[in-house]
Design a protein around this ligand. Structure first.
Ligand code: PLP
Length: 428
């Protein structure tokens, strides 16, 4: 079978994310990937601006991660986690407890980001059940939020961007606060805070938890907001006895310039969700950590256990590669790397604010965004990007990059130039 036949099989039979099988957009066949370069079957190389959706922070085909995976595969690729345990899980748990905000001491390993959000929601529900307060069955979340594609996760995604109307009747109904307006370098405005407090004052007796993406709202709009806002939300949650769930699936592991975005506000949530870059992008794995107080309350209630247990829980291959990725991150000088990426993107993307088609350019850590006035025609623009030798995948009215931290400045400039060129091309 040659590539032409394989691609026609792909078109005919395989669903890609959010796509049609009647009228699919083209997909590009990847032959291999290494460092920051994705090599297509045509032999063409693309500089990767996406880190395969926030995940590939060390770049592709990293020798140390490859080795961790190979070594573990010779020992145990998988073993059930019910009644059994293993060194990779124990070492990874210890490391996650050490590096996440103080107080998150109990670890639940799961399969993907969405599942880790389901687990967090279930923890919050079981927590209140155990406290004899079963009326707390709803969640508060932010407009423009994104938390995943499974049902519980969808129910806390932005109700318009998200898929609420499509599944209404089945989807749980939750409560939404306005998206934060104060930007990263601003204090939060009293009005903004008042809006959140009013909701909490009215609904706190029905609220199990407030779930949010700290500092950067990702797939719901690539919005960066005030650390002060986050700190004050933490205080409000305490005041109204509402648990705080921080979804750090996208922001975790250095992406925003801090190891975890919660650190910008110096807060510890009651529950945190990790995923995406957890394994350095090698495989699907996620984790939900909570405080001892949350865990012990759950376990003192009925049925005395936390009710979740995926088949591939704490998969040893995934744990080993995650452990290797975290070690690599710490040895790699990620802070200097993300600071340098931030500085260069600020220099190169901020002039985009002068383009008529650009509503706002923004940069935080290793995330660079051009928000346009118009929807991006993804298929057409993707084609131009590929011709220009870059892999950038826009959505809605957003052209954005979050490259692997190892990217060199020449490659980063190629990415930012391609972004500006596309913004000009799309126009106002
Ligand atoms: C990607 C993402 C998820 C979902 O993770 P999956 O691994 O795709 O299920 C949840 N929350 C946030 C903030 C994300 O960016």
């Amino acid at each position: 079978m040659d590539w032409k036949e394989k691609l026609s099989l792909d078109r005919e039979h395989i669903w890609h994310p959010y796509t049609s099988l009647i009228d699919p957009l083209p997909v590009y066949p990847v032959e291999s990937a290494s460092g920051v370069r994705i090599r297509l079957a045509t032999g063409q190389e693309l500089i990767d601006g996406m880190s395969s959706w926030w995940a590939m922070i060390h770049g592709y085909n990293h020798p140390e991660l490859n080795q961790a995976l190979a070594r573990q595969s010779e020992k145990t690729s998988h073993v059930m986690f019910g009644g059994l345990t293993h060194e990779p899980a124990i070492d990874l748990a210890r490391e996650l407890i050490r590096i996440t905000p103080e107080g998150l001491d109990k670890v639940f390993f799961c399969d993907s980001g969405s599942v880790s959000v389901e687990v967090a929601l279930k923890m919050a529900l079981q927590y209140w059940q155990a406290r004899g307060d079963a009326s707390r069955k709803q969640f508060l979340s932010l407009r423009c939020g994104y938390h995943g594609d499974t049902f519980g996760a969808m129910s806390v995604c932005d109700p318009h961007n998200g898929m609420h109307s499509l599944y209404s009747g089945f989807l749980p109904r939750n409560i939404f606060a306005p998206a934060p307006e104060s930007t990263f370098d601003q204090e939060c405005s009293p009005l903004e805070l008042q809006a959140v407090e009013e909701i909490m004052a009215e609904h706190h007796k029905e609220l199990a938890a407030f779930i949010l993406e700290p500092i950067v709202q990702g797939a719901g709009g690539m919005r960066m907001y005030s650390p002060d806002y986050l700190a004050r939300v933490r205080e409000l949650c305490r005041k109204y006895h509402v648990l705080l769930i921080a979804d750090e699936i996208a922001t975790g592991f250095g992406r925003t310039g801090r190891l975890f975005a919660c650190e910008h506000a110096g807060i510890t949530p009651d529950i945190i969700c990790l995923g995406k870059a957890l394994t350095g992008g090698y495989m699907s794995m996620a984790a939900t950590l909570c405080t001892t107080q949350v865990a012990e309350t759950i376990c003192r209630g009925d049925p005395g256990v936390f009710m979740h247990g995926p088949t591939f829980m704490a998969n040893p291959l995934a744990c080993s590669v995650a452990l290797a990725s975290i070690r690599l991150l710490q040895e790699s000088g990620w802070q200097e790397k993300t600071a340098r990426i931030q500085e260069q993107m600020q220099k190169e993307l901020m002039p985009g604010n002068k383009l008529p088609g650009v509503r706002r350019a923004r940069v935080l850590g290793a995330i660079g965004v051009l928000e346009l006035h118009r929807q991006v025609p993804v298929g057409d623009i993707q084609k131009i990007f590929v011709q220009d030798g870059v892999w950038i995948r826009p959505f809605m009215n957003l052209i954005y990059i979050m490259p692997p931290y190892i990217i060199e400045s020449g490659d980063l400039s190629t990415l930012t130039s391609a972004m500006l060129k596309a913004a000009k091309h799309i126009g106002s």
